[in-house]
Design a protein around this ligand. Structure first.
Ligand SMILES: CC(C)(COP(=O)(O)OP(=O)(O)OC[C@H]1O[C@@H](n2cnc3c(N)ncnc32)[C@H](O)[C@@H]1OP(=O)(O)O)[C@@H](O)C(=O)NCCC(=O)NCCS
Length: 184
């Protein structure tokens, strides 16, 4: 299912996204704040396999820029638990020339709204590495608040970095009104 905003469209991932993924994830600036899966050299075969294999408890979307139709990244909801009404959120946008145009914030809002409206989630959460202030700012704009910091949690570049967990709830004003209007 496509989700269209003002700046971006979220659409299902396609096989022809794989080369673009590899190109963007080869940029150290894009992967620096991502988990270990992205820190290793990411091959075309890996990307093709990832695109081909759906996970039962996850939803993945490609992010397309509405202005030019270009693939500008990936996002998704993972660890979807209907029992706990909770899931995780992840995002990357590349190349970096695409940053700072509002795509990240809008993508986050669209995916989170989908989680509340269509998956009946109560809570969406994420992890953000210490120092990733751009991501943190965009998450705050999408209603996320800090739930705490796991200190010295993630090994990167010969050091252990702190990882913050952030969450947004269904009754957050950013979403509550829109969900109520839709009757969900
Ligand atoms: C994180 C990411 C998704 C954000 O997307 P984006 O399109 O750049 O975000 P937006 O343009 O919507 O918002 C960024 C906000 O951060 C602000 N910002 C930029 N650099 C900043 C900094 N160093 N400190 C604080 N805020 C900063 C921008 O000004 C903007 O806020 P504003 O609209 O109030 O001015 C994108 O930069 C990215 O993919 N980065 C690499 C991968 C990554 O870090 N993924 C997230 C892992 S948790």
């Amino acid at each position: 299912m496509d989700i269209t905003g003002r700046l971006v469209r979220l659409r299902p991932v396609r096989p022809d996204d794989a080369p673009r993924m590899v190109e963007s994830l080869a940029d150290p600036r894009v992967v620096y704040h991502l988990a270990h899966w992205a820190l290793l050299p990411y091959s075309l075969e890996q990307a093709q396999q990832w695109v081909a294999n759906d996970q039962p408890d996850a939803l993945r979307w490609a992010i397309e820029c509405l202005a030019d139709g270009e693939y500008v990244g990936g996002t998704g909801l993972h660890n979807i638990s209907h029992f706990n009404r909770h899931c995780g959120f992840g995002i990357w946008i590349g190349p970096p020339e695409r940053w700072g145009r509002g795509y990240g914030t809008e993508t986050c809002k669209l995916a989170v709204e989908y989680a509340f409206r269509h998956l009946a989630m109560e809570k969406v959460s994420l992890f953000v590495f210490s120092g990733n202030d751009r991501a943190r700012r965009s998450y705050e704009k999408a209603g996320f608040v800090s739930e705490g910091v796991m200190r010295r949690e993630f090994w990167r570049d010969g050091d252990l970095v702190d990882v913050e967990t952030m969450a947004v709830f269904r009754d957050n004003p950013v979403y509550a009104e829109r969900i109520a209007i839709s009757g969900a």
